[in-house]
Design a protein around this ligand. Structure first.
Ligand code: ZN
Length: 234
């Protein structure tokens, strides 16, 4: 009796499956953590999935391990098999946020097929949208104190005394070498090129939610929450 009831519930309330898209620096990690906390969703990133499957020694994990040890790229079939295993784990019952998969429309199609097996679908592909020029300015301007790690910015958060940390008084500020304007612009261009087909794919299926990711973390979180709540109500 109880068993059939549970089955009915699962069938009618398929857990939400979300995809989070956004270029480096758009705050994807922060928003994913917020969604985990607020909705009990589990973030599944491709790298973590592969590592966990290999460690677990599942059939798909063993196949992935073999490919990675030979220096090859793990096939879509293997990733899908790992994802299938993972989506049956009880901790994903409230839904998942996919990060880093799919990357191509072929993968997106394979994912749709996988989800269809259990009557699921992508409820929302959330695209964190940034203003590229402002993004370059934002990322290229940041630096941190080499001693205590306090973060600063050329425009938004200058220390009281130029080059001297407000917190600990040290004067060895550090910049990440890959945070220069040219590299950031290249990263953004690569992101757009890779993601454009996916954006179109989910737009055509009515699942795309564009979110302005240039506001404050809290503003973005509010908009993302609203989009998720709306998408999971359907
Ligand atoms: Zn400091």
């Amino acid at each position: 009796m109880t068993e059939s009831k549970t089955t009915a519930n699962v069938a009618t309330l398929a857990p939400p499956v979300l995809i989070l898209l956004g270029p480096p620096g758009a705050g994807k990690g922060t928003q994913a953590r917020m969604l985990e906390k607020r909705y009990g969703l589990v973030q599944l990133s491709t790298g973590d999935l592969l590592r966990a499957a290999v460690a677990e020694g599942s059939e798909a994990g063993k196949a992935a391990d073999k490919v990675m040890k030979s220096g090859g790229l793990v096939s879509d079939e293997i990733v899908i098999a790992i994802l299938r295993d993972r989506l049956s784990d009880p901790d994903t019952a409230k839904g998942v946020i996919l990060d880093g998969f799919p990357r191509t429309t072929v993968q997106a199609e394979a994912l749709d097929e996988l989800l269809a097996e259990s009557g699921q679908k992508i409820d929302a592909a959330i695209s964190l949208e940034v203003d590229d020029e402002a993004m370059v300015h934002r990322i290229a301007g940041r630096y941190t104190c080499g001693e205590c790690g306090e973060g600063y910015h050329d425009s938004f958060k200058k220390p009281k005394v130029d080059g001297v940390c407000d917190v600990c008084g040290a004067s060895n500020m550090k910049r990440r070498s890959d945070d220069n304007a040219e590299t950031v612009a290249e990263r953004l261009a690569a992101y757009h090129k890779q993601t454009a087909p996916l954006i179109t794919y989910y737009e055509q299926r009515g699942a795309l939610q564009r979110i302005d990711a240039m506001g404050s973390i809290d503003e973005i979180a509010t908009t993302v929450s609203r989009a998720v709540a709306e998408a999971t109500r359907k």
